[in-house]
Design a binder for this molecule. Structure first.
Ligand SMILES: O=P(O)(O)OC[C@H]1O[C@H](O[C@H]2O[C@H](CO)[C@@H](O)[C@H](O)[C@H]2O)[C@H](O)[C@@H](O)[C@@H]1O
Ligand SMILES: O=c1ccn([C@@H]2O[C@H](COP(=O)(O)OP(=O)(O)O)[C@@H](O)[C@H]2O)c(=O)[nH]1
Length: 473
């Protein structure tokens, strides 16, 4: 069997027990642990610009290596300028807001796009030196849309697949990016493009037809000039049984026992996400406030725990949302708190998974209400961590990719604060028989769309796809 080579900007911390930064790193690490392989990405370190010659592609040292079981991790540093232009700039100030329909927050600077092209080329050159002839390359996410183009330009002939973890927006939204056509053509260079949902796949196909004049072939693929562009839908999953086992193990953790004692029979509503404007925290805080106004009988009976580790803190839009939420959390607590009750516990730090799982299991309600989300693994983890005999209720935004699968959730529109407040009341009062039915139905879907299925289905299709050069004949 050919070796699997995964490429992503963010790689998981190699040591057990450390909190991962986001779902991509968590999901890819779990998927790779099973299959083994090589994982290439950014080290998370930046070098001062002075150590790199002005037009050099490769910052100084060769990639660093670490091993975690069957996974060999190669990481490369970026320069401060790379970080500013490629990561903070084009990836997270242009692409991220646009892919999440927040075009009023999107900023485009041509210089940032040049940095994005440069880092994609740098990844290609560093990776090419590590490749064997029959390696299968699986590239992840919006930071690396131009990687197949860069690899082909330097003569790499291996199969190259791409998986987009974030939503693909409507054609009219994606085309607000001044360089959208180059990105679209870059994506078309991959041998297979995977999406989280059918909606994302459809939006991409529409974009390719409307803006790049691609045509639909009789077999259903897209045709762009001489190239056949293959796409598929592969929802990322979780490993349900190990997560439940972690939830059970963690019940005896002293910090968890202590917190359970402090809750003192109060019902726990819990949310977990990176502090990101796409996650809908502001609207959710307001919905919780409405719930306390409209359901005074629940005051003192409930605590809302919001875990929100800071993310991309040097991007202005993230600083703004952080300031706003600090103000709102203080205001809501100031309005409702009593000597012996604080309604909203807002924590700006990350938790390792072995603590998150028992916390999920304690929570009567998992509140997951992003404005847009590619998938949202927290929603799936919350379901997996529950006791099937006495499960909690998931309240889930209709705009999370996970909503396509988790039909037992109480579904909400994150722009409808009154609707979310009502959903909290419904969830807290739900009879146990209904909670069990809903949970069982969601568990069936977690088992069908498992993490193994995500990896195996994508790689099966990629191995079938013709290698780039023959497809472009
Ligand atoms: O690497 P960061 O800039 O710190 O951001 C963390 C990750 O956030 C995003 O995660 C996405 O992938 C998840 C797994 O498929 C999915 O559930 C979620 O909806 C997405 O937002 C981002 O796409 C990753 O590249 C980042 O590493
Ligand atoms: O304090 C935290 C917060 C989050 N996570 C993990 O980060 C991932 C978040 O993934 P998700 O798909 O929900 O969102 P993303 O951050 O990737 O947009 C999940 O696996 C969480 O368990 C974590 O380990 N510790």
């Amino acid at each position: 069997m050919s070796r699997l080579v995964v490429v992503s900007n963010r790689v998981a911390p190699i040591h057990e027990g450390e909190a991962t930064a986001g779902g991509l790193a968590a999901g890819v690490m779990d998927a790779l642990r099973q299959s083994g392989g090589l994982w290439f990405g950014w080290s998370g370190r930046t070098l001062p610009q002075s150590v790199v010659p002005p037009d050099s592609l490769t910052p100084g040292s060769p990639p660093a290596v670490a091993c975690s079981g069957p996974v060999t991790l190669y990481t490369t540093d970026l320069t401060q300028r790379d970080y500013d232009e490629y990561y903070k700039g084009f990836s997270n100030s242009t692409l991220w807001p646009t892919m999440h329909y927040q075009i009023s927050l999107a900023r485009f600077e041509h210089q940032d796009y040049l940095g994005y092209q440069r880092v994609n080329r740098h990844f290609a050159v560093s990776l090419a030196a590590l490749l064997k002839e029959d390696d299968v390359i699986w590239v992840h996410d919006y930071h690396l849309m131009l990687l197949a183009t860069a690899l082909r330009e330097i003569g790499v002939r291996n199969r190259i697949g791409f998986f987009l973890h974030v939503p693909f927006p409507a054609s009219s939204v994606f085309s607000t990016i001044p360089v959208h056509a180059e990105l679209g053509r870059g994506l078309a260079t991959f041998d297979l493009i995977g999406f989280q949902t059918e909606g994302d796949q459809r939006a991409f196909s529409n974009y390719m037809r409307e803006e790049l004049q691609a045509e639909t072939c009789p077999e259903g693929h897209l045709q762009l000039g001489h190239r056949v562009v293959r796409t598929g839908v592969y929802p990322i999953g979780v490993e349900a049984d190990p997560l439940r086992a972690e939830a059970i193990r963690g019940r005896d953790d002293p910090a968890i026992c202590d917190y359970k004692g402090r809750l003192d029979q109060r019902a726990l509503i819990m949310s977990v996400e990176r502090l990101d404007y796409s996650k809908g925290l502001r609207q959710r805080f307001s919905a919780f406030e409405r719930f306390l106004v409209q359901c005074p009988e629940w005051r003192r009976q409930v605590e809302y725990l919001q875990i929100a580790p800071p993310s991309r803190s040097d991007v202005e839009a993230y600083q703004t949302i952080r300031r706003e939420l600090e103000g709102e959390a203080g205001r809501i607590n100031g309005r409702f708190a009593e000597l012996d009750w604080t309604p909203l516990r807002y924590l700006n730090r990350s938790f390792p998974r072995d603590q998150l799982m028992p916390l999920y299991a304690l929570a009567a309600v998992g509140l997951v209400t992003p404005l847009r989300d590619g998938m949202n693994l927290v929603a799936k983890e919350y379901v997996a961590a529950q006791d099937p005999e006495d499960p909690g209720v998931l309240i889930l935004s209709q705009f999370a990719g996970a909503a396509r699968e988790l039909d037992g959730a109480v579904r909400v529109n994150p722009h409808d604060e009154a609707g979310m407040a009502y959903a909290m009341k419904i969830a807290l009062q739900m009879p146990v028989a209904e909670k069990r039915d809903r949970h069982a139905s969601m568990m069936r879907s977690l088992r069908t769309n498992s993490l193994d299925a995500w990896r195996d289905r994508f790689l099966f299709d990629l191995r079938l796809a013709e290698a780039g050069l023959s497809a472009a004949a």
